[in-house]
Design a protein around this ligand. Structure first.
Ligand code: MN
Ligand code: MN
Length: 459
């Protein structure tokens, strides 16, 4: 169903309850998974519960097998093996599990004016001023020289302390208010306040930093130099919540792109009787260009296909691997910019993504003249829309804002470069990249159903 409000599909109580129960599970997922590593951990839990095995534990594969593979703890593939030979291609749902946030620097700890701070470097495209004066939590890992990994999660338990990035009171902000929004709070000003008790070293000197170092050592066994080998992410604290008196939406951190990651994962897990091997491919680093060993540009996915083909027939034919890739179909499951009536002027309303109108397809993304995008084939788009309509999926199409304003990318072009048919398909998000983003429950559920229809039917 093209460009119709999807709530009409959920007017009866049974359908409405199904939609709500799926969203409840999704809210739990994003509340527990606020970093890439935590997403991988949660995805493994869900997969194992559904009978999936680590690919390392198997020596051959057959139709119906359920497998997962992880890469450095930061990306994961969940596979359901189909009846068709791998050479004939995979059906792939590819989403990213990194979200915009603020990272702790390598040498972060300092003291100024009676406060201890952690210096930071933001990750991905954030509107910096949105991250001040809100409760923040610290998630991540600190790796000791001997390889011991200390898992850090401070600020989520109600008995935990939280952290904050301070901002200037309006009474003294006359000069600051004249600055552009981009300059109101600059990158180097996004430092996290973490303490204020001076530890008396001797009767003439005191140090808040020394006291923080003592707490880090005693409570977490973290020495100052350990920050060198740490990955600490500053994220909004707290759980995702229902939004609106009618509870129609979900407000939470990291919908981009965990909403498509979760729905893709569940689509593979809940699908039955698949003809083609289907994959939820959840990657890291999309927000900073998909680079590095755990991003979509990494060779890891291709290596995994090589492993799978070896498990299928003990052959190692590079030609067959390449055939598999070019015969594959993919939805790049990534979010769209939800149309915001309060900022209508940046959208072109015929080609915008509306909360409530279901799964959004972006035939192309790119910026100002489609630059750098994967403009998918109309032949492929035709197949995909037929599947949506045949399965009564509510779907819409969009671009990211007006032609000369918009811009954005996803992992679509990376898989497209390998010679695969790919189109972007995801959930519309309001206030994207803000500490708390909003999605409509009905779009979350339609995305899940749409992804299931895609992996079942595309060939
Ligand atoms: Mn995204
Ligand atoms: Mn993004």
């Amino acid at each position: 169903m093209y460009k119709k409000n999807a709530w009409e599909k959920y007017s009866d109580e049974k359908a409405f309850n199904e939609l709500n129960s799926f969203n409840k599970n999704y809210m739990e997922f994003i509340s527990n998974a606020k970093t890439e590593r935590e997403c991988v951990i949660e995805a493994i839990k869900i997969a194992k519960k559904a009978g999936y095995k680590d690919i390392k534990e198997v020596s051959s594969i057959k139709p119906g097998d359920k497998l997962y593979a992880t890469n450095m703890g930061k990306n994961i593939c969940v596979f359901k093996i189909g009846k068709d030979k791998l050479e004939n291609g995979l059906n792939i749902l590819g989403a990213h599990i990194d979200s915009p946030r603020i990272d702790v620097k390598q040498n972060p700890l300092y003291e100024r004016g009676g406060f201890a701070y952690l210096d930071t470097h933001y990750y991905g495209g954030i509107v910096k001023y949105q991250w001040a004066t809100i409760k923040l939590a610290l998630h991540g890992v600190v790796v000791k020289e001997n390889g011991d990994v200390i898992n850090v999660c401070i600020g989520e338990d109600e008995n935990d302390p939280v952290f904050v990035i301070t901002d200037l009171l309006p009474h003294l902000a006359q000069d600051k208010m004249q600055k552009s929004a981009a300059k109101a709070i600059e990158g180097e000003d996004l430092d996290l306040t973490i303490g204020s008790i001076p530890f008396k070293k001797d009767k003439d000197s005191s140090s808040v930093k020394e006291n923080i170092k003592k707490i880090l050592k005693e409570k977490y066994n973290i020495d100052e130099e350990d920050f060198v080998s740490a990955e600490l992410e500053i994220v909004p604290e707290g759980k995702a919540r229902e939004l609106g008196l009618d509870r129609s939406m979900v407000l939470g951190y990291g919908h981009d792109d965990r909403v498509c990651a979760y729905t893709s994962l569940m689509a593979v897990i809940d699908s039955k009787d698949l003809d083609r091997t289907s994959v939820a491919y959840l990657v890291d680093k999309e927000e900073i260009g998909s680079v590095g060993a755990t991003g979509a540009h990494s060779e890891w996915f291709l290596n995994l296909v090589r492993e799978l083909m070896y498990l299928e027939n003990k052959e190692n034919s590079e030609l067959n691997v390449r055939r598999c890739i070019t015969n594959s179909f993919m939805l790049s499951s990534d979010v769209s910019a939800g149309y915001d009536p309060l900022y209508a002027s940046v959208f072109e309303d015929k080609n915008a993504s509306y909360l409530g109108e279901g799964l959004t397809f972006n035939k192309y993304t790119g910026a100002r003249g489609k630059s750098g995008c994967n403009d998918c084939m109309p032949e492929y788009m035709a197949k995909v829309r037929a599947i949506m309509n045949n399965n009564n999926i509510y779907y819409q199409t969009a671009e990211l804002g007006k032609v000369d304003i918009g811009g954005g990318g996803t992992i679509a072009y990376i898989m497209g470069n390998m010679g695969m048919n790919v189109v972007d398909a995801g959930v519309p998000v309001m206030s994207m990249h803000a500490p708390y983003e909003a999605v409509s429950k009905v779009d979350v559920y339609e995305a899940y159903l749409g992804y299931m229809a895609f992996i079942k039917d595309i060939k």
